[in-house]
Ligand binder design. Sequence first.
Ligand SMILES: Cc1cc2nc3c(=O)[nH]c(=O)nc-3n(C[C@H](O)[C@H](O)[C@H](O)COP(=O)(O)O)c2cc1C
Length: 109
Amino acid sequence: MRIRNVFFSPTGGSKKIADSFCARLRKELGFEVVHTDITPVKARGQSFDGEGILVFSFPVYGGRVPVQISDRDYDDALLECADILRSRGYRLAGSGAFVAEHSYAEYFV
Ligand SMILES: Cc1cc2nc3c(=O)[nH]c(=O)nc-3n(C[C@H](O)[C@H](O)[C@H](O)COP(=O)(O)O)c2cc1C
C-alpha cells in the first residue's frame, strides 16, 4: 500500500501541511509516501491507480477550489473538492482545513 501526496501549492503552505500529515500517516500505517507536485502546469493531467490512500491538498481562493478571488474563508471548498474526487471514482475517508500563512501576508506588513 502507498500514500499519494498530491498537492497544488504555489507558496508552499499546503505542501508543508501535507508533508507533515503524510509523514504521520507513514509512521502510523507503515506505508510508503509518493509525492506529486501538481503546481507546475506541465505536472498536471496525470492519472493514478486506485491503490492506497490519496492525500490531495490545495489552497482556497475566494472560498473555492483555486478559481475565484474574494475576502472569505474556505466556505464549501472541501465539499467542492469532495464532489470532484467522487465524480472521478475516489472514496473519501475525510477532509480538513488547516491554518497557514496567507500568501499575501508579506504585502500587509
Ligand atoms: C487570490 C487569493 C485568494 C484567497 N482566498 C482565500 C479564501 O477565500 N479563503 C481562505 O481561507 N484563504 C484564502 N487565500 C489564502 C490562501 O488559501 C493561503 O494563503 C494558502 O495558505 C496558500 O496556500 P499555498 O501556500 O499552498 O499556495 C487566498 C489567497 C489568494 C492568493
